[in-house]
Design a binder for this molecule. Structure first.
Ligand code: ADP
Ligand code: ADP
Length: 224
């Protein structure tokens, strides 16, 4: 079955006295190895949907199934554990640690998960090399181009081998050529490792390069 099922998800925010229905009916499925674009204007609810899909936030209605398992009934602790094991996040701004090298930035989450230092460094170096950064292992973030920084952020997000990657405007800050490279990197990674990804983006042209496109129209998620 699919890795991720978003099933009739709804989310309402209170804003003062008013209530805003950001998600009214969001349903989608994602298989292992698939990279899906989420294209919608600013404020449409893309981040909200990614946060719900990644178990950071609970929906008000509907259900998210991860690998067939319903998640609504899980405790906060169980949801956190599932998220830490299975979900990686990438944002518009890379949030890499500035004092650490590319390699160390990718080693860090593995040490936190309890992997040995040697093993973590080997995995980080392999991953960064695979993403075309084999000559950049000892560079600090400020010494890397914007596209390279985002590829380090992707490596960090998948360092612990999550099955789901959620990327929120990962190229929002990059020029078109660099953005295309980052998208190609994501797709190659998904093909090689079976990783499933949802990539929120404003860039329609880049969205066309991914497997499928979803959009949010007035709180309803539709395939385009
Ligand atoms: P997008 O990622 O597509 O720009 P968001 O999911 O960030 O959209 O936001 C969708 C709408 O929900 C916006 O109108 C935003 O102001 C509102 N919103 C998001 N998070 C909250 C929150 N925690 N409390 C109240 N309103 C929120
Ligand atoms: P782009 O044109 O892709 O934005 P840059 O012109 O920023 O890339 O950088 C080109 C190359 O030079 C990159 O591969 C980057 O690793 C390297 N580089 C950029 N700035 C520095 C720096 N301050 N120290 C060391 N290497 C750098």
């Amino acid at each position: 079955g699919p890795l991720l099922v978003i099933d009739h998800v709804a989310r309402r925010y209170r804003q003062g006295d008013a209530a805003v229905d950001v998600l009214i009916d969001a349903s989608a499925q994602l298989a292992a190895g698939e990279v899906v674009a989420l294209v919608a204007p600013s404020g449409a609810g893309k981040s909200t949907l990614l946060h719900i899909a990644g178990l950071l936030e609970r929906p008000d209605g509907g259900e998210v199934f991860f690998d067939g398992q319903p998640t609504a009934g899980l405790s906060d602790d169980a949801r956190t554990a599932l998220r830490r094991n299975e979900v990686g996040f990438v944002y518009q701004f890379h949030h890499l640690l500035p004092e650490f090298s590319a390699l160390e930035n990718v080693v860090m989450p593995q040490l936190i998960r309890g992997l040995g230092a040697g093993e973590a460094r080997t995995r980080a170096a392999e991953l960064l090399s695979y993403l075309g950064l084999g000559q950049r292992l000892d560079h600090r973030p400020a010494e890397l181009s914007g596209g390279e920084q985002q590829r380090v952020a992707i490596a960090r997000a998948v360092a612990n081998a999550p099955r789901l990657l959620l990327a929120d405007e990962p190229t929002g800050n990059l020029d078109p050529v660099t953005s295309a490279h980052v998208f190609a990197t994501l797709t190659a990674l998904a093909r090689a490792s079976g990783l499933a990804a949802i990539v929120a983006t404003h860039n329609l042209e880049l969205a066309e390069t991914l497997d499928r496109r979803l959009t949010l129209r007035d709180g309803v998620l539709v395939e385009t």
